[in-house]
Design a protein around this ligand. Structure first.
Ligand code: HEC
Ligand code: HEC
Length: 205
């Protein structure tokens, strides 16, 4: 039974086109996936959420974006003294949008400010991941007070919504030349978040 469900889930034909059209995803019933399976999915999720393509924007209350220049591996505070302010979009100083365009065209040139289909901005402070351990991010991600009020299905729905608006999450796997990508693909990340959710969102002890 358990194996059957997982096989079904993994066999789902998830493609970018299907995702863009879907409004939600089938969430297997709670308890249908084992805790061990959920913890394995979490290991893969952890490698994604701690990756610079995600964590560079999920920074804390100092409001300073992190950056990893095209072709480099070292991550450090954003150059040019960029400060996002409490607005998290830089209205207090230099708005992110003065360099980062809003466009759903692919990012093709190295060393350019990356863009997506919505205005570039930091994630809210409550969603701070940068420099946190995987276990810390895990308990935070399942806490509705620190994830925007989302249950497990709501987190998966957020991924689909982000794909529809050509947002930050799918961008991480097509970030443009010279930038590394998190392991797996956007589609496997959606699958992992679904499996983790159905297993009851287990976190490493
Ligand atoms: C350019 C900045 C940026 C990048 C890069 C980015 N995010 Fe976010 N993220 C945001 C913003 C802004 C929000 C708030 C949007 C909302 O809650 O509707 C957010 C919210 C979220 C949320 C919901 C709240 C929470 O923390 O539980 C998740 C999950 C998330 N991002 C996952 C990711 C993942 C996974 C990646 C990388 C694959 C990523 N983000 C990359 C800016 C970013
Ligand atoms: C003066 C222009 C400029 C402004 C303003 C600016 N950026 Fe950037 N940003 C860049 C450039 C250029 C890059 C790419 C650097 C490279 O790869 O060489 C970049 C890269 C980034 C990255 C790294 C992405 C990655 O893949 O590692 C993040 C995160 C980021 N900016 C966030 C912001 C935020 C948030 C704001 C507003 C508070 C902002 N930026 C304002 C020019 C700017």
């Amino acid at each position: 039974m358990k194996i059957g469900l997982i096989a079904l889930l993994l066999a789902l034909p998830i493609s970018g086109a299907v995702l863009a059209d879907s409004t939600g995803s089938p969430m297997p019933p709670a308890g249908s996936v084992s805790k061990a399976e959920g913890l394995k999915a979490w290991e893969r999720i952890e490698a994604v959420v701690t990756h610079p393509r995600c964590a560079n924007c999920h920074v804390g209350p100092d409001n300073i974006p992190m950056w990893t220049i095209s072709g480099e591996k070292k991550t450090r505070p954003h150059g040019m003294n960029i400060h996002a302010g409490d607005s998290r979009i830089g209205v207090e100083t230099v708005p992110c949008s003065s360099c980062h365009a809003s466009s759903d065209t692919p990012n093709v040139a190295p060393n350019m400010p990356p863009h997506v289909g919505l205005p570039w901005q930091l994630a809210p402070v409550a969603f701070e991941w940068f420099a946190k351990t995987g276990a810390e991010i895990c308990t935070q991600l399942r806490d509705p007070k620190r994830n925007g009020g989302r249950d497990a299905a709501g987190l998966v729905e957020h991924l689909h919504h982000d794909a529809q608006i050509k947002g930050f999450i799918p961008w991480a796997w097509v970030p443009g030349p010279g930038r590394s990508t998190p392991p797996g693909s956007f589609e496997t990340h959606v699958q992992d978040m679904t499996v983790w959710g159905a297993a009851g969102q287990p976190c490493p002890e």
